[in-house]
Design a protein around this ligand. Structure first.
Ligand code: NAP
Ligand code: 8YV
Length: 325
């Protein structure tokens, strides 16, 4: 039986619950645990037909080229910027991700981060714990959600879930994406700078990767202005971090709430040293409930493929079955 198992490479650790299922179904080769990764790939790479990945090691062309029998890359996370899906698509390899099962969780966290940033909730808690309330009340916050206009960058699955929540707050909602989203009532701005000029808060929820690298640059931050707040729950690469640090230091914008960073888990000291911003360690989807659902989708995609069926959630760059098949 074991001899018939398909060889799968795991690029880094996954939840035990996921690893247990992968162990039952596949012969698993753990790249993350290998003392010599190149030796592992040289030894078993010719047999590997599947990859399960949760970020960490990039699944790039260089790696996939070393796995001549590779057919599927199952990515933990809706964002798959660490996988070269374009190369995979051009070489008949299907890439799957974990859309939808995390929409509500990520939207909840985004609202939490927005409120914490606007009303300085993290700072207020630190104030209480430091015993400062005994001396005098926490200062009134300059910012409020009242009368704010919120510009969402990315009106996809998660952007819509965020916007639906924001409607209940009575704020004005507008959005930017390359094309207008279907079936939404909010104003679309084809021009990001124009939207940044018109809003008080930018919430970023678009894919990472080369196409969006540093999309939020100095010009966008200056357009957002001194009352402006940036919330980034997308990818660190989407924001020019140096420009952001400068804008915060020079008060070109008021504050920021960040869940993601360019070189995470390393976060620039300049950001850590700023007390008026809110920093989260990439936790937008990080509940047991949601991470289990994401993990199950990683497994279910692999299971469907191994049984000869269509993978459940192929990414747009690798439609399955490929056209013409
Ligand atoms: P989605 O449904 O594919 O939506 C993506 C949205 O971004 C679409 O509205 C798309 O519209 C827009 N977009 C794409 N490229 C753009 C560009 N160059 N400029 C402007 N807008 C662009 O994706 P989703 O499921 O909502 O997820 C979005 C991203 O959130 C993921 O890829 C991931 O990186 C991130 N995320 C982060 C966390 C976290 O833990 N912090 C959790 C989940 C997801 P157009 O194509 O019309 O431009
Ligand atoms: C995950 C995410 O935390 O889905 C995504 O794109 O960023 C998060 O939900 C991350 O992918 C874990 O590797």
């Amino acid at each position: 039986m074991v001899a018939n198992k398909i060889d799968l490479m795991l690029t880094g650790p996954m939840m035990q619950y996921v690893e247990d299922q992968l162990n039952d179904l596949f012969t698993v080769h753990r790249l993350g645990k290998a003392a010599d990764r190149e030796a592992l790939i040289a030894g078993v790479g010719h047999r590997v037909r599947a990859i399960a990945t949760a970020g960490g090691a990039p699944v790039d062309a260089a790696m996939m080229q070393k796995l001549p029998k590779l057919e599927i890359v199952s990515n933990f996370g809706v964002g798959y910027d660490s996988v070269d899906a374009k190369w995979a698509g051009a070489h008949g390899i299907v890439v799957t991700n974990t859309p939808d099962v995390l929409n509500e969780e990520v939207a909840d966290t985004t609202i939490g981060l927005l409120l914490a940033t606007v009303r300085q909730l993290s700072q207020a808690e630190r104030y209480l714990r430091a015993g400062k309330w005994l001396e005098k009340p926490f200062p009134l916050t300059v910012a409020t959600l009242r009368d704010r206009t919120i510009g969402i960058i990315g009106m996809g699955r998660i952007g819509k879930a965020i916007a639906r929540r924001l409607e209940a707050f009575g704020v004005t909602i507008v959005y930017h994406s390359r094309r207008p989203a279907t079936g939404v009532p909010w104003r679309h701005y084809p021009d990001l700078i124009a939207m940044a000029r018109d809003v008080d808060v930018l919430i970023v929820i678009i894919p990472g990767g080369p196409a969006t690298k540093n999309l939020i640059n100095r010009e966008v931050l200056e357009a957002l202005g001194p009352n402006g707040i940036l919330i980034n729950v997308a990818r660190g690469s989407v924001v020019d971090e140096t420009a952001l640090i400068d804008a915060l230091r020079s008060k070109k914008i008021l504050s920021a709430g960040l869940d993601v960073y360019a070189d995470e888990p390393r976060v620039p000291k300049e950001l850590i040293d700023m007390d008026h911003i809110v920093l989260l360690p990439h936790v937008a989807s990080a509940s047991v409930h949601t991470r289990r659902a994401m993990g199950q989708l990683v497994v279910d995609n692999l299971k469907a493929w191994a049984a000869g069926n269509n993978p459940l959630t192929p990414v747009p760059e690798t439609p399955w079955p490929p056209k013409g098949r």
